[in-house]
Ligand binder design. Structure first.
Ligand SMILES: C[S@@+](CC[C@H](N)C(=O)[O-])C[C@H]1O[C@@H](n2cnc3c(N)ncnc32)[C@H](O)[C@@H]1O
Length: 236
């Protein structure tokens, strides 16, 4: 296993149980829907993973593009959502060929930590080209330099406690600790950014951004940012 895309394409144990996986995607879908401001909105979920609740997001917007780099995951997305005429599945390369200024909302949740800093800059450039002048990028689940793995464990246990899968979560954490995840986390690592650092990185990519009060998903120790074309802010 070379990188995080291979990991997410494998039969990994990042979700402790079916209930955990289903709840995870329900929460993400609910939070994405919270950022949709029009029933006609064109939405792009960048590196969406299994996106099990994407049909709910599609119900709340005009069109939903699910973009995913892992080919096995993408194959499942195509099969799962084939009957849904509002959903289109794309590779990350496909995004470079899409029409510019065609998207209202891009969500990139729990993805930046798996990219190198340079990969994230390229992704920002692709997203900026795709966003309408009034469009927004929501960048969620950013790890901060000062917050360690202990808080990830605590956030999962709290989420599990609230939803009745604590035993599975403890078992899942133990198997994750012995798995490829642990090896990749120590060998390849996860990228972390401070709040100002991420705002500066987005500014360098042509965005004006601020941090939101609440993170997308279940982990309150991680950060979410909302970014717009920098020029558009000046014109308002
Ligand atoms: C934790 S999952 C997040 C999935 C979904 N966005 C969510 O919130 O549940 C991480 C995603 O990042 C993708 N990924 C991993 N490494 C990547 C890279 N270097 N560039 C782009 N995407 C990557 C994986 O394929 C996977 O879909």
């Amino acid at each position: 296993m070379d990188d995080w895309i291979d990991y997410y394409d494998s039969t990994h144990t990042i979700y402790a149980s079916k209930l955990h996986r289903d709840l995870h995607f329900q929460v993400i879908a609910r939070d994405i829907i919270g950022y949709i401001t029009s029933p006609d909105a064109v939405v792009l979920d960048y590196a969406c993973g299994e996106a099990l609740s994407a049909a709910k997001v599609a119900d709340a917007c005009g069109k939903l593009y699910l973009a995913e780099p892992a080919p096995g995951v993408r194959g499942r997305l195509i099969a799962r959502f084939a009957p849904n005429t509002k959903i289109r599945v794309r590779s990350l390369d496909d995004l470079r060929k899409m029409e510019e200024t065609s998207i209202d909302l891009v969500v990139m949740n729990s993805v930046a930590q798996y990219m190198t800093a340079a990969e994230l800059d390229s992704a920002f450039a692709v997203v900026r080209r795709l966003l309408k002048p009034s469009g927004r990028l929501v960048l969620g689940d950013i790890l901060r330099p000062e917050v360690g793995m202990g808080k990830d464990v605590l956030a999962l246990l709290k989420f599990a406690g609230r939803h009745g899968f604590l035993k599975d979560a403890v078992y899942g954490l133990a198997s994750t600790a012995l798995s490829d995840y642990r090896q990749l986390r120590s060998r390849v690592g996860l990228q972390r950014y401070g709040e100002d650092e991420m705002i500066a990185k987005l500014a360098a990519a042509g965005f004006s951004a601020s941090r939101t009060h609440v993170n997308i998903g279940h982990n309150p120790w991680r950060m979410t940012f909302v970014a717009r074309h920098a020029l558009e802010i000046g014109r308002r």
